[in-house]
Design a protein around this ligand. Structure first.
Ligand code: HXC
Length: 515
């Protein structure tokens, strides 16, 4: 055959392989409101930037008549490309081919692109649309998942790993995402579960729909397995495009810096956001918006454990990770879920050289039987661990309440914050004035002619003495009590002078965080 003929033969083979599961299966996918694997990659990556590999990989299974079946590309598309100029390795499972199920060669394609990502030191994006381990391939598909989980773990903290759930994902198809840094879901399309409704019905006799069991909303609001929720696949891809601009390519780099922009202080004015009455709630996200570049705050896990707010923004063009108590929800307390949410984000920022800014306003850890029995001791300790372990620049601003364990946990000086600032409205104490007065002045209150009057007077006394930032400032636990309108200036300066921060922790194989 001439070169021309051979090239034509190649084109024919490519054309056949690119059909995926075929016209009918592709139409079925479209009818469900889902793009095909390649359409998804094209929509996410920069135009003409995708290069596909292993198109001609074939499955090797023989049992259950599998040797008579052709599964194009073995149900997964892999390659490299760029997103807004950033290089990435990517795979997308093709549900039109055997339900995107993971057989031996399918797994080999994924582990190969994962190995590439680790060698090239660039982010890995996995688009998951799969029924999990391919049943016909038995232990070989389980082995394939094991190889993927192992690599997810090795890559953790080395390169960013992003998972997108775009279909019904079962078994291993959700455990791999759970080991990655960010999980994206789309309403009505994403479903995640270890065992689906059929198995649940058989084993437990319980009836539940896929959506109720593990739909996108459930994962974003209830379980916290998902970090980003979108209404459509296109919106989801826009979220990923935005996320990659905030994070570095790998753990040896810093995130790209962007041109400096000022916040919109007309729209987000601290005097309008922050209430005069200390018992009134406010939206801490607006405080963040009032100080960050372009007032642009990219929130992570917006719908889960809303009593803590986490996300990325820029200060003078530099990426910063924000962790803030949210007084709008449960007065911003730390509980089981908010501790998990905060701790994981802190560890991501620390692994990827992103400075941390913490805004504090909380009455402490949430009391109650439910929380104690749900393990608030173990979960709450994660925040202590994550902040203590983190060596990136750590800046803390105490806006209002910083009581008890909450004061220590929210990146206090004692957990080695580099800079601790407090607004004049800050109250740093072992507990709130009412609770404290009831305990330490109990005898006087009981003995008084008018106990209520006495209680009020003692609360007032306590407030005067402790409900301010000056006692902590007198011990040097706070570096500066600042005008709230100076917050941006102080933080930018702190980040600038911390740019060569070099701090280490004792050498060890690894710590044992309270997982
Ligand atoms: C082989 C599979 C498959 C699988 C789906 N298919 N899952 N083939 N192995 N695991 C095939 C179907 O046979 C069908 O083929 C096609 O994919 C589409 O599937 P449907 O069932 O028609 O689609 P839908 O109704 O949308 O349901 C999707 C689904 C369901 C919810 C994912 O297929 C399902 O429950 N699959 C099994 C899920 C599961 O239990 N997986 C094993 C997990 S254990 P045809 O030829 O008819 O088009 C696991 C081990 C790892 O993953 C554990 C790690 C710790």
């Amino acid at each position: 055959m001439s070169l021309k003929q051979k090239t034509l033969d190649l084109k024919k083979r490519m054309h056949e392989a690119l059909q995926g599961g075929g016209v009918q299966a592709n139409e079925k996918q479209a009818a469900m409101g889902k793009m095909t694997a390649r359409e998804r990659i094209v929509a996410l990556l920069d135009p003409n930037s995708f290069f596909e590999y292993d198109l001609f990989v074939e499955h090797s299974a023989k049992d259950f008549d599998m040797d008579k079946k052709i599964l194009p590309g073995d149900g997964v598309v892999t390659g490299t490309g760029t997103i807004t100029g950033y290089p990435v390795c990517i795979f997308a499972q093709d549900f039109t081919v055997a339900g995107g199920s993971l057989g031996f060669m399918h797994a080999r394609k994924i582990t190969k692109i994962m190995d590439h990502a680790m060698k090239l030191k660039i982010p890995l994006i996995g688009i998951n649309d799969s029924g999990g381990a391919r049943i016909q391939e038995g232990v070989n598909s389980l082995a394939g998942y094991g190889d993927i989980f192992y690599r997810n773990t090795l890559a953790s903290g080395v390169i960013p790993q992003i998972s997108v759930i775009l279909g019904p994902c079962a078994g291993g198809a959700v455990y791999s995402p759970a080991l990655t840094d960010f999980v994206f879901v789309v309403d009505k399309i994403s479903k995640m579960f270890i065992t689906g409704p059929e198995v649940i019905k058989t084993v437990l006799g319980e009836e539940i729909t896929m959506e109720e069991l593990g739909g996108a909303r459930v994962q974003a609001e209830v379980t916290g397995n998902a970090h980003f929720f979108a209404e459509s696949e296109d919106e989801c891809f826009d979220q990923i495009k935005k996320l990659v601009t905030y994070i570095p390519w790998n753990n040896t780099k810093k995130a790209e810096s962007f041109p400096k922009k000022t916040p919109n202080t007309k729209l987000f004015k601290i005097e309008d956001i922050f209430p005069t009455d200390p018992t009134q709630p406010y939206d801490v996200r607006n405080v963040i918006r009032s100080i960050v570049d372009d007032s642009d705050f990219f929130e992570v896990q917006e719908l889960f454990a809303r009593n803590i707010v986490i996300g990325f923004a820029r200060l003078n063009g530099q990426t910063v990770g924000f962790v803030a108590n949210q007084p709008l929800v449960l007065a911003g307390v730390l509980d089981v879920d908010s501790s998990d949410k905060g701790a994981r984000f802190i560890r991501f920022c620390d692994a990827f050289n992103i400075p941390l800014v913490t805004f504090v306003d909380l009455p402490g850890y949430l009391p109650g039987v439910d929380q104690e029995h749900a393990g608030v001791i173990r979960h709450g300790a994660k925040i202590l661990y994550a902040y203590s372990e983190a060596t990136v620049p750590k800046m803390t601003v105490i806006l209002r309440k910083a009581y008890g364990g909450g004061y220590i946990a929210m990146c206090s000086r004692h957990l080695r914050a580099d800079f601790v600032f407090a607004w004049p409205t800050a109250e740093i104490a072992v507990m709130g004035p009412e609770g404290a007065a009831n305990i330490i002045f109990r005898a006087e209150i009981l003995a008084a002619e008018n106990p209520d009057e006495m209680r009020k007077q003692k609360v007032k006394e306590y407030k005067k003495k402790f409900a301010n930032p000056y006692v902590a400032a007198a011990f040097g636990y706070i570096d500066a009590v600042i005008d709230p309108n100076e917050t941006r200036r102080f933080l930018i300066h702190a980040i600038e002078v911390s740019s060569h921060k070099d701090e280490s922790r004792p050498m060890k194989k690894h710590g044992i965080p309270p997982f």
